[in-house]
Structures are given as structure tokens and as C-alpha cells.
Design a protein around this ligand. Sequence first.
Ligand code: TYD
Length: 206
Amino acid sequence: MSAGLWITFEGGDGSGKTTQAELLREWCEEQGRAVVRTREPGGTEVGRTIRELVLHHRGDIGARAEALLFAADRSHHVATLVNPARERGEVVIQDRYLDSSVAYQGAARALGADEVRELSLWATEGALPDVTVLLDLDPAAARARLDAADKPFDRLEAEKAEFHGRVRDAYLRLAETEPERFLVLDATLPVGELAARIRERVSPLI
Ligand code: TYD
């Protein structure tokens, strides 16, 4: 049986994570691998309820409560979906994981990167992906993409430009501290070129 493989995509809103995750899924399936495509928040049934609350609740949610909601979604997701798929030897391709919490709650909401990372590691009993692809994009360019997509903004997307600047800087710092896990790519590159670079990174592991 093949070994399980877990790949996560990170980056600001509008950086193209979902497009690249889909292209990677197609390629992995062409290589004969069973793939589980999932996301946080909202990769499970419980998670979909948490997603609705944390992204679309109309009243205030305190920063720590928000961090705990993302961590609760993550804990259930890893325990009931990600880990079982890895144990079956499947490839898990996921939009967002704990690096999102470190960047958005830890840095942009200023709760502290280390504390938020520890919270997620506690929630998941230390689970970390094999590869994390960071699609790096200037927040102004990302905002132009989101405006063009014409979807209503969620609670996080609606934050100010400065917030998204802090998210981006935090992601780049994370990638520097764990260069063996992260693949950092310039999200303004053509879709096909990004997909090729991601395949190049994943191919020895598949
Ligand atoms: P996402 O599902 O990528 O948005 P969409 O598919 O609607 O474009 O992410 C939802 C938002 O949640 C995004 O703004 C980032 C935020 N988020 C956090 O703040 N912390 C987290 O831990 C996660 C997983 C997401």
C-alpha cells in the first residue's frame, strides 16, 4: 500500500489556492492515487456548522473565541477525516490548515503566533502536513481579484488592508522557519506554471 500524503494550501484570500488544489487533485488521480479533497474550516459536517458561525455570524465574536472555533473545527477534521485517510494510504489535499490560524488569529488578530500554533497542535495531537504550498500575493492584488469575483465578503475577508498585510508577512515568516515543509510561490505566475512547480515538489513523494 502507498504511504499517505498530506498537502495543504495556504495564502491570503484570492491567492488561487482552490484552483491549484483542484489541479493537483487531478494530477494525483492520474498517477493512480486515491485523493481526499477537503478544507478548513468546514471539511466535516460539524465543521460546516462551525464555518457558518465563524465566517458569517453577524454579531461580534471575540478574537480568542474565534481562534478556538477554528481550532475546534481543525481538531474534529483531523481526527475524523484527515488521519483516517492518511492511514488508508490516500493523498489528502486541503485548503488551509494551522498556518492560517497562526497568520490570521496569531499575527493579524495579535493573539501571538506561538500560542495559536500550540493551541492547534494540542487540538490535533501534533499533526503537521508533509508539504504546505504558500501562494504569496500582495494584498492589494488579492483584493482586486476578490472584487472582480463579486462574492459577498466573509468576516475575515472584510478586514482592512492592514490586517491582510499582517497575514501576508506572517505567512512569509512561517515559511522561513520551516523551509523543508513550505513551498513558496509567487501567486501572480500563470496558473499552468504554478501547477507545474507544485507537481515538481510533490512528485518524489507520490
Ligand atoms: P476560505 O475557505 O479560504 O474562504 P473562501 O473559500 O470563502 O474564499 O477561508 C475562509 C476564511 O477563514 C479566510 O478569510 C481565512 C479565515 N481563516 C482564519 O482566519 N483562520 C483559520 O484557521 C482558517 C482555517 C481560516
